[in-house]
Design a binder for this molecule. Sequence first.
Ligand SMILES: NC(=O)C1=CN([C@@H]2O[C@H](COP(=O)(O)OP(=O)(O)OC[C@H]3O[C@@H](n4cnc5c(N)ncnc54)[C@H](O)[C@@H]3O)[C@@H](O)[C@H]2O)C=CC1
Ligand SMILES: CC(C)CC(=O)C(=O)O
Ligand SMILES: [Mg+2]
Length: 356
Amino acid sequence: MKIALLPGDGIGPEIVAEAVKVLKALALPLEMQEAAVGGAAYAACGHPLPEATLRLAQEADAVLFGAVGDPRYDQLERHLRPEQAILGLRKALGLFANLRPAMCHAPLTHASSLKPELVAGLDILIIRELTGDIYFGQPRGRRSAPDGPFAGSEEAFDTMRYSRPEIERIAHVAFQAAQKRQGRVTSVDKANVLETSQLWRDVVCDVHRQYPGVQLDHMYVDNAAMQLARAPRQFDVIVTGNLFGDILSDEAAMLTGSIGMLPSASLNDKKQGLYEPSHGSAPDIAGQGIANPLATILSAAMMLRFSLNQPEAAARIEAAVQSVLAQGLRTPDIASEGTRKVGTREMGDAVAAALA
Ligand SMILES: NC(=O)C1=CN([C@@H]2O[C@H](COP(=O)(O)OP(=O)(O)OC[C@H]3O[C@@H](n4cnc5c(N)ncnc54)[C@H](O)[C@@H]3O)[C@@H](O)[C@H]2O)C=CC1
Ligand SMILES: CC(C)CC(=O)C(=O)O
Ligand SMILES: [Mg+2]
């Protein structure tokens, strides 16, 4: 089983190292090969997604990704910025389905931003479309405004676009996931305002006819953001577009205790996948040894389950994470009174040691 390791920038190398430690402790025949990506790759060879890195990812059975983004490169042209590497990988590998499970582990109900009684047992699956929408839509650019009250001044524009097949395939992923869960899908859009969202809603309704056992409802994204903070357990599966899913999943992370707890799988139609924490490179804490590695470790478990056909090994990692949380070990982002504060490495060591 070939795994491409792409640690990237900021806390990326710190958290990927801990996931690798846990994977190695499983003693499976995993062949891991590392390559530079993001700002690290730009510094080394002038491009955030070098050809060799892309090839390694394409030829691997799965990719374990840290994060990209480096404030030193914020002023670069968009196509050279570290973040283009992850967008480029998603597009090149066709990773249209992003699964972000937001679960509140029992020992962390007090670490959540909400009252414990609102998040106890929380288990939401956010399914975010990942290769379309305003992040990829053309045309985009800068120009002199051709009309309107600010005609002649500098303006910038992006394009929100979705095609029927793109919406159909992500809707199928959502309905099929719901069939294995509580059987409920909430489709989140802004159909009261946006043409793309009106098509989104039409197509989701059309696909729903093939899944009569699944309950479907629709919610505008502004209300969905509010409902997540008010009563998150009303949701089972949320399916939404790239932009809304990006924002809502960071919000949902805080219901679980921290953005450092939210793993993700990005899959294509061949179940080839890229696995990464939902957060970014966290430059504000990089190099301090305090980043929470659990989202990355849980992403490695998703990799074993979805791409490497090792569900038992995945379950062992998930149980080990539960066990260290039950023991009271906490990185600073999830620490509370009466728990034991540990750093990134100590948390990784503890998970590896707790593997049954
Ligand atoms: N997939 C990716 O590679 C992503 C990259 N980015 C990039 O990351 C850089 C930083 O972006 P931000 O908006 O600051 O988002 P961020 O997710 O990196 O950080 C937001 C806040 O959460 C904290 N945080 C994040 N991960 C954590 C962890 N594992 N443990 C403890 N605390 C954690 C950070 O310290 C920070 O205070 C930017 O360059 C951005 O473009 C952002 C999101 C995803
Ligand atoms: C570069 C960004 C689109 C990455 C991000 O924020 C995400 O995937 O959650
Ligand atoms: Mg994001």
